[in-house]
Ligand binder design. Structure first.
Ligand SMILES: [Zn+2]
Length: 346
């Protein structure tokens, strides 16, 4: 019996050592440790042996069983490692493969336009300044000649901040225009100043095709001795021609803004119909692009500029309006609905 077991051991181990794949390991396990294997048969047959022989044979058979199980486990480890090494070898980095292109983002149409506008004004000697979007009532209205309870405040549907001072007032808001920066800049500098202010503004407004509650503006102003309406006109005409083409004509008409006197609205001749009248210009031949005017003396006085010595002009315009006009976009909400099909066109 003992010699039979030794024979079995030698055969099993020599076979096991040549195995290099998981499938053969499993069939080895079935042949040597399975229910029908010779070793299992021997273990089962132990009961029929005489007691003396049973003891010796039983110990030897169980020892062999343990030995084979241990050997199998070791071989499994070796086979597994070899499999991993093979997988790494197969899947190795192939430097001859073409690379995957990196996906590049692009600038938002509003950002592109804002940069273009800022570029035109900086070329004319203006400096770009940015300011806070959460603003004090003082800078957004009061200092711009729009006192509390003045009906002009109705021109800006305002979003107020949920902040109360000790008097119970709510003096903070989301700026309704970029004009507060006129005051902030002039408070801290002496003329001459030539500044443009690009940035977000907010309105408490139901959104539709022509209204958004958040949009961009570019504000600009210049203060110095002897600045006149002619300077305003020259600057804005030049701007319109650089943005919409050399052949554009521009028109000024009177308008009202509390912080300028006189105030104007500027239009360019329609670039679709060249002034003949079409859908874009509502058959008028003209398209309004911005509001402007000479800075009100009261505004200058507030920042300690003497209006008898200094004069200045200011203008402000919506940024989205420019690509809306240029590309015939019929819904301002497209700018901020994050639809890549729209954004990828610019
Ligand atoms: Zn037209």
């Amino acid at each position: 019996m003992i010699s039979k077991l030794e024979e079995l051991r030698a055969k099993a181990i020599s076979e096991l050592d040549s195995i290099s794949d998981p499938k053969s390991l499993e069939s080895w396990r079935i042949s040597y440790l399975g229910r029908k294997s010779p070793l299992t048969q021997i273990l089962r047959g132990l009961a029929t042996l005489p007691l003396e022989e049973r003891r010796a044979a039983g110990a030897a058979a169980n020892e062999l069983k343990e030995f084979l199980e241990k050997s199998l486990a070791q071989r499994e480890e070796i086979v597994k490692e070899a499999e991993i090494a093979k997988a790494i070898e197969v899947g190795r980095l192939d430097v001859t493969l073409p690379g995957r292109p990196a996906t590049l983002g692009r600038l938002h149409p509003a950002t592109q336009t804002m940069r273009q506008m800022c570029g035109i004004f900086t070329a004319m000697g203006f400096e770009v300044v940015e300011g806070p979007e959460v603003e004090w009532d003082y800078y957004n209205f009061e200092a711009l000649n729009i006192p509390q309870d003045h009906p002009a405040r109705d021109m800006w549907a305002t979003m107020w901040m949920d902040y109360q001072n000790e008097k119970g007032e709510r003096p903070m808001l989301l700026r309704t225009h970029t004009s507060p920066m006129q005051i902030r800049v002039m408070e801290n500098r002496r003329p001459p100043v030539r500044v443009i202010v690009p940035g977000k503004v907010y309105r408490y407004e139901a959104t539709d095709a022509t209204h958004e509650s958040m949009f961009y503006q570019v504000e600009g102003f210049a203060v110095d001795k002897n600045i006149t309406m002619a300077d305003l006109k020259g600057t804005l005409f030049e701007f319109a021609r650089r943005l919409f083409g050399k052949e554009r004509k521009a028109r000024f008409r009177c308008d009202y803004f509390p912080f300028v006197e006189p105030g104007v609205e500027m239009a360019i001749d329609c670039f679709v119909c060249n002034g003949a009248g079409c859908q874009l210009c509502s058959n008028s031949g003209w398209i309004e692009i911005l509001g402007a005017g000479m800075i009100h003396p009261e505004v200058l006085r507030r920042v300690n500029y003497d209006p008898d010595i200094y004069t200045g002009f200011a203008f402000g315009m919506g940024v989205e309006r420019m690509p809306i006009l240029k590309y015939g976009i019929d819904d301002i909400r497209l700018f901020y609905s994050n639809d890549l099909r729209f954004l990828r066109q610019f």
